[in-house]
Design a protein around this ligand. Structure first.
Ligand SMILES: [Zn+2]
Length: 346
C-alpha cells in the first residue's frame, strides 16, 4: 500500500499557547487536523468556562484564512474549581474535558492539584455528566525516580481516584510505559489512553547517547526501549481505547537549548507523515485510521470527520522546515532522525 485515505484526523492532546506563538503554530495543526483537544496550561491557566470561551475566541481569530478547524476546549482543574461552572461549560458544548495536572508535574502546572480530596466534588459531577478527565499521569514526589513516575502514579493516584469515583471517564494522556498500556487494557471502557508520535519513535537513549538532545526532551520523558515497543504495539493494534494525542508542545529554541531546557517536542508539522511511517513499519497501516481518526471521536462521543486526509508514499523523502518562525521566536520541528517517504496530500 503506498496511498491511504483517512477520515481527517484529530489531535486529542495539543498545546497551542497564546499570542504570537498561537498564531505561529496554529497553521501547523490546521493543515492536517480537523479538531484538537486544546490544553489549558496557559499563564495564568484556563480555569473557568468564561476563560475557556475567551481562549477559544482567540484561537478562532488566529486561524489561517479558510482553515476548517474546531478547537475543543478544556478546563484546568484546580483545588478551587467550581463543579457548577464545569457543568455549565460542558452543557453549553464549549468544554469537552477537564485536565488534571499534579502540581509541578510539567510546563505551567504549579496551579495543579495537591490534595485530591479537594477536587472530589468536581470529579463526582463529571462522572454524573460523562465529562472526561484528562490526566497527566506522573507523581511529583522528589523521592520517586523520573522514569518510575508514571507507574507509581497509576498505582497510588489514578487507580484510587477511579475507584473512588465510579463511572468517571478518564483519558490517560501521553502514556509512555508498558505499565500504562497494561493498565489501560485491564480496565473497562470508561478508560482510554492517548499516545504521542514522538514516544513511538524515541527511547531514552535517543535523548542522552552521543550528546544531550534538548529537542527530544519532553514530559513524561521517553523511557526504555521495551516501553517504546509496548506503545507501538498498542497504538497500531486498532484497539478502541488507544488514540492519538500528539502533545505537540512548542517552546522557542532559546528555552530548549539552554542549561535548564523546557520539556516538549513540537510534532504538529510532521505527525501524520511520521505515523504513516511507523504504522507501515509495524505492518499495521490499515489501523492508522482507527488510531488517528476514529477511536478519539468514539471516546469523546463526537462524529468522525467527514473530510479526509490522504497520505502517499513516494521514492522522495518528505521535507519539512527545520524550524517554524513564529512571532515569539523560532520553534524547532521534531526530527525523527531517519528519512520519511510518506507525504500528506489533501
Ligand atoms: Zn501536554
Amino acid at each position: 500500500m503506498t496511498r491511504i485515505t483517512l477520515p481527517r484526523p484529530d489531535d486529542w492532546h495539543l498545546h497551542l499557547r497564546d499570542g504570537a506563538m498561537l498564531t505561529g503554530v496554529l497553521p501547523e495543526t490546521t493543515r492536517h487536523f480537523a479538531r484538537a483537544i486544546v490544553m489549558p496550561n496557559l499563564v495564568p491557566p484556563v480555569v473557568t468556562g468564561a476563560e475557556a470561551a475567551a481562549y477559544r475566541d482567540r484561537i478562532l481569530t488566529a486561524l489561517p484564512a479558510g482553515a476548517a478547524f474546531e478547537p475543543l476546549m478544556t478546563l484546568y482543574l484546580t483545588e478551587t474549581t467550581d463543579p457548577a461552572d464545569v457543568a455549565a461549560a460542558a452543557a453549553s458544548g464549549l468544554v469537552k474535558a477537564v485536565k488534571l495536572y499534579p502540581a509541578g508535574a510539567t510546563t505551567n502546572s504549579h496551579s495543579g492539584v495537591r490534595d485530591f480530596d479537594k477536587v472530589r466534588g468536581v470529579l463526582e459531577k463529571m462522572a454524573e455528566i460523562g465529562l472526561p478527565l484528562c490526566v497527566h499521569g506522573e507523581v511529583v514526589d522528589p523521592a520517586i525516580d523520573i522514569f518510575d513516575r508514571e507507574a507509581v502514579f497509576i498505582e497510588t493516584v489514578l487507580d484510587p481516584i477511579r475507584r473512588a469515583t465510579p463511572g468517571l471517564r478518564v483519558v490517560m494522556e501521553h502514556i509512555t510505559t508498558k505499565d500504562g498500556v497494561d493498565y489501560a487494557r485491564s480496565q473497562d471502557d470508561t478508560l482510554a489512553a492517548t499516545i504521542t508520535t514522538h514516544h513511538l519513535i524515541l527511547n531514552r537513549n535517543h535523548i542522552l547517547v552521543g550528546g544531550i538532545k534538548p529537542h527530544y526532551y519532553c514530559l513524561p520523558v521517553a523511557k526504555r526501549e521495551h516501553h517504546r515497543l509496548a506503545l507501538r504495539a498498542a497504538a497500531t493494534s486498532g484497539e478502541t481505547r488507544f488514540f492519538l494525542g500528539t502533545d505537540s508542545a512548542p517552546h522557542v529554541d532559546p528555552l530548549k537549548e539552554c542549561a535548564c531546557g523546557c520539556a516538549g517536542c513540537f510534532t504538529a508539522t510532521n505527525t501524520m507523515q511520521l505515523l504513516a511511517h511507523v504504522f507501515e513499519e509495524e505492518g499495521r497501516l490499515a489501523n492508522l485510521s482507527a488510531f488517528a481518526s476514529e477511536n478519539g471521536p468514539r471516546f469523546y462521543r463526537l462524529p468522525v470527520n467527514t473530510a479526509t486526509l490522504t497520505l502517499e508514499k513516494t521514492t522522495t523523502a518528505a521535507h519539512w522546515p527545520a524550524k517554524i518562525e513564529t512571532g515569539a521566536g523560532p520553534v524547532t520541528v521534531f526530527d525523527p532522525g531517519f528519512p520519511v517517504f510518506w507525504h500528506a496530500i489533501d
